[in-house]
Write a protein that binds this ligand. Structure first.
Ligand SMILES: *[C@@H]1O[C@H](CO)[C@@H](O)[C@H](O)[C@H]1NC(C)=O
Ligand SMILES: *[C@@H]1O[C@H](CO)[C@@H](O)[C@H](O)[C@H]1NC(C)=O
Ligand SMILES: *[C@@H]1O[C@H](CO)[C@@H](O)[C@H](O)[C@H]1NC(C)=O
Ligand SMILES: *[C@@H]1O[C@H](CO)[C@@H](O)[C@H](O)[C@H]1NC(C)=O
Ligand SMILES: *[C@@H]1O[C@H](CO)[C@@H](O)[C@H](O)[C@H]1NC(C)=O
Ligand SMILES: *[C@@H]1O[C@H](CO)[C@@H](O)[C@H](O)[C@H]1NC(C)=O
Ligand SMILES: *[C@@H]1O[C@H](CO)[C@@H](O)[C@H](O)[C@H]1NC(C)=O
Length: 396
């Protein structure tokens, strides 16, 4: 699926960025290592807790954390003993930004350690952390409120764990946060509008149990990547989506139970490269404004209940490489849309209502839905009721 590949692209891009970021922010670590191997001892940069209160605090925090780790199958934390916290596996120290003579814990990377446990309150003592990567573990429970002490935290990756509860609002209080990855957890409830007002570059909240759609009262967001996929958002995509216009490059709303019409404001997201709203209950026509998305590379509106014609303006988009509109009720392909292969584009028009094409829905199936077409000007967020029933019938 293109959605998968775009997720991968995004993740890869994010990862390369991080590697770069780590390389820059921790370049001094290497220097330190070189130094300490050539000269046995350096008066500054003590990595034991003896003379450095920051590392003493880190010691307290990491020992408290170790006490609430109940399973560590790869023995990742088995060297978390003694005062030299900078030598602990997964713990990265760097000189404190203001005062390069002071070494402090700047990063924690326990990705793929499969650790089970909690995050204790004492993590608030690690106040100089800029990166926390806990991807693919079995951490559970909720995030401690003391994390609000992490005023330098830039990147927080809690993906693929077992965190629960409402959206962890404590992350909204982190002034330096740019990357927030909460995907594949069990967070539930509504998404706070502040999430989209924060100065974040990437927001991954897919595969949780969130229930609200993008709040309508958001200010202008700065996020370039927002992945909502596989949540039960429900409701309609609000016109306020246009508030993402200046930065949004990838919008993935796959399988989020959104309904109603695709708002024309989607066409305001002029930087979009990937738009995937597949596997939802969208009705109505393709807004013509999408023909203005000059950077769009992947467009997937498959598996919805959209109808009308597929406009040539969209099929002629200069950068579009993959246009999937299968499993809808479109009944006409305009101009070049009829043969996208001839434009070298990947496309899928199966299971629609195109009279001349193979692998289409039956006339009966098409008529049932097309009799109750939704007028998106009059009911941008409605009219799904009857169609919804019809589709349930088709899906079973
Ligand atoms: C195009 O996108 C669809 C839907 O996301 C995906 O299944 C298909 O593999 C993609 N095709 C190519 C050639 O990338
Ligand atoms: C972890 O340590 C335990 C006890 O020392 C040992 O039995 C086990 O084999 C170790 N596991 C790995 C993956 O090294
Ligand atoms: C320093 O670390 C040692 C463990 O090696 C611990 O016993 C001691 O309490 C620590 N000191 C402080 C002030 O944290
Ligand atoms: C570090 O410098 C910033 C300004 O650059 C200042 O606001 C902050 O208080 C300083 N922190 C410490 C611990 O000195
Ligand atoms: C916050 O960090 C400071 C050190 O920067 C520390 O003294 C304080 O105890 C921390 N607060 C919490 C709640 O952990
Ligand atoms: C999908 O969202 C609607 C609200 O738009 C809600 O009534 C419905 O229960 C949701 N569907 C599922 C399967 O939860
Ligand atoms: C679409 O165009 C390609 C190349 O121009 C051609 O080989 C193919 O037969 C066309 N398909 C249809 C359905 O007209």
């Amino acid at each position: 699926m293109a959605s998968n590949s775009s997720l991968v692209t995004t993740t890869t891009a994010l990862f390369s960025f991080l590697v770069l970021y780590l390389a820059v922010s921790f370049s001094n670590i290497a220097a330190k290592h070189r130094h300490s191997t050539t000269t046995n001892h350096h008066p500054h940069h003590h990595d034991s807790n003896a003379s450095n209160p920051r590392l003493q605090q880190a010691y307290i925090a990491l020992q408290a954390w170790k006490r609430v780790i109940y399973s560590d199958p790869y023995n990742t934390t088995s060297d978390w003993t003694g005062p030299s916290v900078c030598k602990y596996t997964g713990v990265y120290c760097a000189p404190f930004p203001n005062n390069t003579d002071i070494l402090t814990v700047a990063g924690i990377d326990l990705n793929h350690a499969d650790i089970a446990g909690f995050l204790p309150n004492e993590l608030g003592l690690l106040s100089d952390l800029s990166l926390v990567h806990l991807n693919s573990n079995r951490f559970c429970g909720i995030l401690p409120l003391t994390l609000s002490n992490l005023t330098l935290l830039f990147e927080l990756d809690l993906s693929n764990n077992r965190f629960v509860g409402p959206f962890p609002s404590v992350v909204l209080s982190l002034p330096a946060l740019r990357y927030l990855d909460l995907r594949y957890n069990e967070f539930e409830g509504t998404l706070p509008s502040e999430l989209f007002n924060k100065n974040l570059d990437a927001i991954f909240i897919n595969n949780n149990r969130f229930m609200s759609v993008i709040p309508s009262n958001i200010g202008f967001s700065t996020a370039s990547v927002v992945v909502f996929a596989n949540n039960n958002l429900g409701g309609c995509i609000p016109p306020s989506i246009s508030k993402f216009a200046n930065t949004m490059e990838e919008l993935l709303l796959i399988n989020t139970n959104v309904s109603g019409c695709l708002p024309p404001e989607v066409g305001f997201l002029y930087k979009l490269r990937v738009l995937d709203v597949s596997f939802n209950k969208l009705v109505g026509e393709i807004p013509y404004s999408i023909a203005g998305l000059a950077h769009l590379e992947q467009l997937n509106i498959g598996h919805n209940m959209m109808c009308g014609e597929v406009p040539s303006g969209v099929c002629e988009l200069p950068n579009l490489a993959n246009f999937t509109f299968s499993y809808n009720y479109f009944f006409e392909e305009e101009g070049v849309c009829r043969n996208l292969t001839s434009r070298g584009m990947a496309s899928d028009d199966r299971r629609n209502c195109f009279p001349e094409k193979p692998l289409q829905r039956s006339k009966k199936e098409c008529d049932a839905v097309l009799e109750h077409r939704v007028d998106c000007f009059e009911h941008p967020c409605g009219g799904g009721m009857h169609v919804e029933k019809t589709t349930k019938k088709h899906r079973t």
